[in-house]
Structures are given as C-alpha cells and as structure tokens.
Design a protein around this ligand. Structure first.
Ligand SMILES: Cc1cc2nc3c(=O)[nH]c(=O)nc-3n(C[C@H](O)[C@H](O)[C@H](O)COP(=O)(O)OP(=O)(O)OC[C@H]3O[C@@H](n4cnc5c(N)ncnc54)[C@H](O)[C@@H]3O)c2cc1C
Length: 435
C-alpha cells in the first residue's frame, strides 16, 4: 500500500523533529513528520527540563545556544503565530553557575561567553546567599554514591562564587512548545502523521527511498531524517547507516527529582536555574513552588543504557541521591516519601555532543544524539540541518569539506563538521549533560 510522495520525511515529532519539519515546510518542501506516539512532543521532549542556558564548553556549543535563546525570546515571531494563539511561556529567570573545583572556576565557559560578548555578573558567596539565604555554601566535591561513608560530609572550604547570566531560564511545558511548532508547520503546509511507527527504511543502490510503516504503508521521499531521539540507534540500524559512524548513540536512562521548596519559601518568585557541579546537580524552579533537580552526571554514578522500548520507569536510588545532594546545599530541604518527577531517556553520544549530519546512505540524514542538552537548540539545529541537507542534495561533499552554517542572530559561523558522525571524540566536552 503506497501513500503520497513527500520531499522529506522526518522520523519523530519531538521538539527538534517538529522544528525541522517547520524549517522544511517554510522553504516550500512537502514535509511529513511521522511519530509512533499520539501527539507532538510526547516522547523524551515531554519530560525535558527545558532549561535554556548559554554556557557550553565549546565555542560552537555556546554560539548555538545563544542563537537558540534568541528564538525562544522571540517565539511568536519565529513561529509567525497569530496574536491570539496561545504560546508557551519562556520563564527568563536567569542562570547561576557555581565556580567549583570540578569546573576549574569556569575559566573555559567564561572565555566562550566573552568571545561572544554575552554579558554575565560575578557573584560572591555573600551575593549568592542574599538570593538564597537558606544555602550552605560548603564544598562537598567530589560527588560520592549514597553508600559512601563520607556521603554528605563537607570536604573543606567554600564554593568560590558563581557567575550569573541574565539571559536564560526555562520553558515550563516542553510538550506544548512542540505543539506550537506543529501548528506553525501546518500553517506553512507541513504535515504530521501520529500513531504510526516506521518499521523499515528501504533503499535502492545505496539511495534512500522513503519509509514503510508497521502496518505496511509505504511513503516515498528522496530525503529521510532520523530525529527519533532515544530510538535513533534503532532507526539507523533499519537502514544500515551505523556502519561508518565513529560517534554512536545510545538510550541512557535518567531520573528527574521534584521536591517541594523549604517551608515558607516562594521559590519560583526569586529562584534561578542553578548549575552546581560541587554537588553534581542542576536545578530550576518548577510549578507549585517545587524544585526540579537533575544530575550533572558525576563519575561515581553508573550510566544505565537501556532498550528504549523496554526499560524501568520507576524511581530508583538516582531519584534519592539527587534529592540528598540538593539537601547538601539546602539543609532545610525535606525529602518526600512520595517521589515526584520523571524517568526518561537521553539519546547520548560518547562525547555528549549531538550528531547533526548526513550518513553513508544517500538522502538519509540524522539529527540525533542530543545528549540531554539540545531542547534549547531546536530552532537553530533545524535551520542548520536544513542548510546541510540542501548543501548535500546539491552535490556538496560535507564529509570532506564540511558545510558551514551562518547563525542568523549571532555573528558566528558553525562548522557543521563539529557535529559529524565521523568526528573524533571532542575532548573539550564536559562529558556530561552540560555538553
Ligand atoms: C530528563 C531530560 C531532561 C532534559 N533537560 C534538558 C534541558 O534542561 N535543556 C535542554 O536543552 N535539553 C534537555 N533535554 C534534552 C532535550 O529534551 C532533547 O534533546 C530533545 O527533547 C530531543 O528532541 P527530539 O525531537 O530529538 O527527540 P524526542 O523528543 O525524543 O522525539 C523523538 C520522537 O521520535 C519518535 N520515534 C522514534 N522512533 C520512531 C519510529 N520508528 N517511528 C515513528 N516515530 C518514532 C518518538 O515517538 C519520539 O516522539 C532533556 C532530556 C531529558 C530526557
């Protein structure tokens, strides 16, 4: 059974998949996003902490995040949305980044921010405590597992201070943001197909032909893009695209802890996003005066790679250890016996940087390996991907002469070879969710 033909099929309708659909459709391409779930953004995007921050450990990473921020800041304009349309809210509470032994006092990150003229303030410990009077600023580094007898004991001295970047915050409803993108895409002619699982990706003489759904429906297109999130490895395996990949992707299980703020504290009224590598967690305000807490992936914690179709969705010790580590900084924090939060998957690469690339199969592309840190970049990643696809479809040899993408709102060109599947592991990375 063959359905219509399209110019491009996008496997996945998460935040990045939907943004690629939007950029394709804006260019007049007949695009189709296919997702096995019932609605846009219902996959890993729905449980994203959706933090928008500008600091990364590489210059390209930082520049992309700055460009990405500008689209969130001007979301209505970016979506070309009518005034009456309800859009997701960008809570621009700013981001506080602790200067710790773990991150070398932030020298690398400050150099990137300076190079891009992104303003930030230096906060002393006293200034941090004016904003967070209930903080204990003792050092706890290095992070330890809960069964270590020294867990939770201060290790001497205090955190050196922090930098505060006003540009940044979070999106409280990442699934709704994706729905905004879906509507924008449909307005410019792009289409979505839900409850439909791609089961095969046929090729002829090394050239992709389209996809075949689980019910046998075949949909043809000369371009197919893998934006399948934690299913990206399975998707690449369907078409044999994994054979030349030096950087690969895997589904990494992650838990996010939500805890009520200490009694009497209206947390969302003043709190910022906080990245605190001394206690190995990041946090942000969450609706209902809760604190959302995620892991900064310290070496002592096990990485659990799973089958994205079959993994444990219950909270484990990861939930508890994150709560206890936050409790080191906020001694008055209560740990609830009714765990709240979520369990989901990162699509992680060896160096925690994404893959935005072509593949060894003609017409088959991938925007995957987002490693828990690419929600913020959805719009810019989509524009860069569409540029890369146009370049390759016009005969460009991206593997040998990498396509360069000029950011639209920041004076910086991204060498897309940085995100190649053929790259060496990028040693500048933080090798964590911080990218
Ligand atoms: C817990 C958590 C916290 C995070 N926090 C942040 C953060 O604070 N800031 C940040 O920038 N990023 C964060 N991220 C990362 C960010 O959320 C992801 O990078 C982003 O959501 C990925 O979007 P996507 O469109 O690539 O993938 P997804 O949202 O995973 O979408 C992929 C879609 O593909 C579909 N699919 C897969 N296989 C098939 C198939 N065979 N057929 C049909 N459909 C298929 C799935 O159903 C899914 O809907 C976080 C991620 C997680 C999990």
């Amino acid at each position: 059974m063959t359905q219509k033909n399209y110019d491009a099929i996008i496997i996945g309708a998460g935040i990045i998949g939907a943004a690629i659909g939007y950029e394709m459709a804006k260019k007049g391409r007949r695009s189709l996003n296919i997702d096995m779930l019932p609605a846009a953004g219902y996959g890993s995007t729905s449980n994203s902490c959706a933090i928008i921050r500008l600091y990364y450990s590489t210059l390209d990473g930082c520049a992309m995040a700055y460009d990405g921020y500008n689209y969130w800041k001007n979301w209505q304009t970016y979506l070309q949305a009518p005034k009456e349309e309800e859009l997701v809210k960008f809570h621009e509470c700013g981001t506080l980044l602790m200067k710790t032994q773990q991150n070398g006092g932030l020298k690398k990150q400050m150099a990137q921010l300076d190079a891009l003229d992104i303003s930030y303030e230096h906060w002393s410990v006293e200034k941090i405590m004016q904003r967070y009077p209930f903080y204990d600023m003792a050092n706890f580094h290095p992070a330890k597992p809960m069964n270590d007898e020294d867990f939770g004991k201060p290790t001497g001295g205090r955190v050196q201070g922090a930098i505060f970047c006003q540009k940044g915050g979070y999106i409280s409803d990442p699934q709704f943001a994706t729905r905004n993108l879906q509507l924008a895409t449909e307005r410019v002619g792009g289409e979505f197909l839900f409850n439909s699982r791609v089961a095969e990706i046929p090729t002829e003489n090394g050239v992709v032909q389209g996809v075949v759904l689980k019910d046998g429906t075949r949909i043809n297109a000369p371009v197919v893009i893998n934006v399948a999130g934690p299913h990206s490895q399975k998707t690449n395996a369907m078409v044999g695209a994994e054979i030349d990949m030096k950087i690969t992707t895997s589904a990494l299980r992650q838990e996010v802890t939500h805890l009520p703020a200490p009694e009497g504290v209206d947390y969302s009224a003043f709190a910022t996003v906080v990245s605190d590598s001394d206690i190995a967690v990041y946090s942000r305000p969450e609706i209902g005066s809760n604190i959302l807490i995620g892991s900064e992936d310290p070496e002592c914690d096990k990485h659990i790679i799973v089958d994205p179709d079959n993994y444990d969705k219950n909270f484990t010790d990861q939930w508890t250890v994150q709560a206890m580590r936050m409790g080191q900084r906020i001694p008055t924090l209560g740990v609830s016996n009714k765990p709240m939060g979520c369990v989901d998957l990162y699509d992680v690469t060896e160096d925690w940087l994404p893959i935005y690339d072509k593949s060894c199969i003609e017409g088959y592309y991938m925007a995957c390996g987002s490693s828990g840190n690419q929600f913020k970049n959805a719009a810019v990643a989509a524009k860069a991907m569409v540029g890369l696809i146009e370049h390759c479809e016009a005969g460009g040899d991206h593997d040998n002469q990498p396509f360069k993408y000029q950011l639209e709102t920041v004076d910086h060109k991204i060498n897309m070879g940085t995100f190649s599947r053929l790259r060496e592991i990028n040693q500048d990375s933080s090798f964590s969710v911080l990218g």
